[in-house]
Design a protein around this ligand. Structure first.
Ligand code: 6R9
Length: 645
């Protein structure tokens, strides 16, 4: 697997910010003297009060705390906008490509971005939003989504973005969990020529929440929506009445910047909370190093703002670095599978960051869609979200990049705030499928199930031994859950939930989740969430959900469902249950396969043996292992006989 090595090209080694020797030096310093390393890095931000201490943290139970630059003060929006005004106020900050290719792109200079964000901030203030309040965003990929994030940051409100593909129920749960009084949405979203009824979904969600008081509606399309007097406000009407100046609120380094809900192995999604200074520093530091970003380059992260990748690498990282960040409203395969490459040509994109699932879907359509475009502007390619299979890696490298562009395969998580294990284009020889080496400041370890640290070439579970500035600070409203989830399995260390192999060159190969989280098209889905949605259906007695291999999505969702007595299992019910989950959570949670199971394999103590269910879903029924501990071994035969797919 690790045989093919793609060395750093001479040109990259010569011109990149960091070459191989530079990486060694930086890494060594970051581990030997993190205090001075991070205080020096902190100079990349503009502070209202410069910090004198860097990290102050302990992962031990009796003294558990994580703080970075705690005595510093700054404003995140001022760092992303105001400080660039003097030197590059006329440069393009946000370059927006609409869903419909025949429409004109929109461009906002840093000066215009300043005005837009100030206006948005004043609208929020006008609606009563104050420092520390939670504001939920349920937005399409339009520039106003970025304005809204930065407007929250400007006045010190905590934003919580809910992906526009989530259902009203999922939205309501997230509004309630963090007690948001305000939701920002759009009348409609557009994706791949289709309309998404965002405002109508907010209306439906509002019925399930008690805290919601105001809905600010951006007019993104001509589509009509109902406006509820007293609650709903058209953004354009409110914006016309406010000033285009709004002072940036001085914030403590550790004041929360945002909450982002993500799936875990148990229970409902957790609100991952990120800090102001540490998070922004991490986003800016990684964006500059990993993409070797130079002002003037057009940079495109093709994620959605509803995921952490959109937060860190469409908005905060690039804008903190004064970049031109491309924001795309559409999808990769509409109007056809050439769209991404056409957008690259249209805007002369130099750096492209996308997900393996998108690459696999485009690869399947054949090379002609790529070949008919130029792509000469591309210098660097990146991936994120899941392990990239070497076949897709090679296609990205050879067909898309024509062998010219290094690929940065970046491993990280919502919890880490930004990239953690990744090549640097001027420093790291590449191996297809490996995220390669840790960034300076990141101290990964591989441990066995007892927590023993494994050395050299090995395989086990991935932990991070030391805090880093971009680390999440808590689970919103449940600090104990934060500690229990991440720091108790391997005491004194942050547990990532990922399995990992390290080869003889010290390269890291992420092998996927070792907990009950599955990765569907690069999106995290807790199997427990899908199970809870299924058992809400009146005909369902019990459900168990596991991941299964899927050519395009990486993993698909395989659900085993036990029905209530006297319910007839037929195709109509199968469809009804899949639609049910879709409506409860959202399209990304729709089970790919759903098997009716008269019984589930359980131990005598009643624990579902997921190992067996995973094997059956994978079609690997010859090695089910020991089933003798099951309460009723016969259920396995039935499951094998009636496997779907
Ligand atoms: C940024 C993001 C995190 C999980 C993570 C891991 C998987 C992400 C990866 C990768 C292998 C990569 N993952 N990047 N696995 N190689 N380059 O995706 O955050 O949505 O929280 O997912 O995604 O399993 O634990 P998030």
């Amino acid at each position: 697997m690790s045989d093919s090595l793609y060395p750093v090209s001479e040109a990259w080694a010569r011109t990149a910010r960091v070459d191989a020797a530079g990486y060694e030096k930086l890494y060594g310093r970051s581990i030997a003297d993190p205090g001075s390393f991070w205080l020096e890095q902190a100079k990349r931000l503009q502070w209202m009060k410069r910090p004198e201490v860097a990290g102050d943290w302990s992962f031990e139970e009796d003294d558990f705390h994580i703080r970075w630059f705690a005595d510093g003060k700054l404003n995140v929006a001022a760092n992303c906008i105001d400080r660039h005004l003097a030197s590059r106020g006329g440069d393009i900050a946000i370059l927006w490509e609409p869903d419909e290719p025949s429409e004109e792109p929109r461009r906002y200079t840093y000066r215009q971005l300043h005005e837009e964000v100030c206006r948005f901030a004043n609208v929020l203030k006008g609606e009563g939003v104050q420092k520390g309040d939670r504001v939920t965003l349920y937005m399409p990929m339009i520039p106003e989504a970025a304005f809204a994030l930065l407007a929250c940051a400007r006045i010190g409100a905590i934003h919580s973005v809910v992906f526009g593909g989530f259902s009203p129920e999922a939205l309501a749960g997230r509004i309630t969990d963090c007690d948001s009084t305000v939701v920002i949405t759009a009348n409609e979203g557009r994706r791949g020529g289709k309309r998404v009824p965002l405002k109508a979904n907010v209306d439906a969600a509002a019925g399930h929440t008690r805290c919601l008081q105001k809905v600010i509606v951006v007019q993104a399309t001509g589509g009509a929506v109902d406006m509820k007097p007293g609650r709903d406000v058209w953004y354009h009407e409110a914006a016309a009445k406010v000033s285009a100046e709004c002072p940036a609120e001085p914030m403590g380094a550790e004041d929360p910047l945002f909450i982002l809900y993500t799936s875990g192995s148990t229970g409902k999604p957790k609100g991952v909370l990120h800090s102001s200074a540490g998070y922004l520093l991490w986003a800016s530091y990684t964006h500059e190093l990993v993409f070797d970003y130079r002002p003037g380059q057009v940079y495109w992260c093709a994620a959605d703002i509803g995921w952490v990748t959109g937060h860190s690498y469409i908005v905060y990282g690039p804008l903190a670095n004064g970049a031109t960040t491309l924001m795309f409203e559409g999808v990769p395969n509409w109007p056809d599978a050439s769209r991404i490459w056409q957008v690259v040509d249209r805007h002369q994109v130099e750096i492209l960051y996308t997900a393996p699932t998108a690459l696999r879907a485009l690869m399947k359509e054949g090379d002609a869609y790529v070949a008919k475009t130029s792509r000469k502007s591309l210098r660097l390619l990146g991936t994120v979200g899941e392990p990239i299979n070497p076949e897709a890696w090679r296609w990205y490298h050879e067909v898309v990049g024509e062998g010219r562009c290094p690929i940065v395969d970046t491993w990280w998580q919502t919890e880490t705030g930004g990239q953690m294990i990744t090549p640097l284009p001027g420093a790291t020889a590449l191996k297809p499928g490996s995220a390669t080496l840790p960034l300076p400041g990141v101290d990964p370890q591989i441990v066995d199930t007892e927590g023993n640290v494994l050395h050299g070439a090995t395989e086990g579970n991935l932990v991070i031994a030391k805090s880093w500035p971009g680390q999440m600070r808590t689970v919103w409203g449940d600090h104990d859950r934060f500690f229990q989830t991440y720091f108790t399995i391997y005491k004194g260390k942050y547990f990532t939930g990922d399995g990992c192999r390290r080869d003889e060159d010290g390269y890291y190969w992420i092998t996927g989740r070792v907990d009950d989280v599955i990765n569907v098209s690069g999106h995290r889905m807790g199997t427990a969430e899908v199970e809870s949605a299924l058992v809400l259906h009146p005909k369902v007695a019990e459900a168990a959900v596991v991941g299964m291999p899927h050519d395009i999505k990486g993993q698909g969702i395989y659900a085993y469902v036990t029905l209530n007595a006297h319910v007839v299992a037929d195709e109509a019910l199968r469809k009804e249950l899949r639609d049910w989950v879709r409506a409860e959570i959202g399209p990304i949670a729709t089970p790919d396969a759903l098997q009716f199971a008269p019984g589930l394999p359980k131990t005598r103590s009643g624990k579902i043996m997921r190992r067996i269910l995973r094997k059956i879903a994978e079609g690997d029924v010859s090695s089910l292992g020991d089933t003798s501990t099951l309460a009723d071994p016969a259920v396995v035969d039935d499951l094998v006989a009636n496997r779907v797919g």
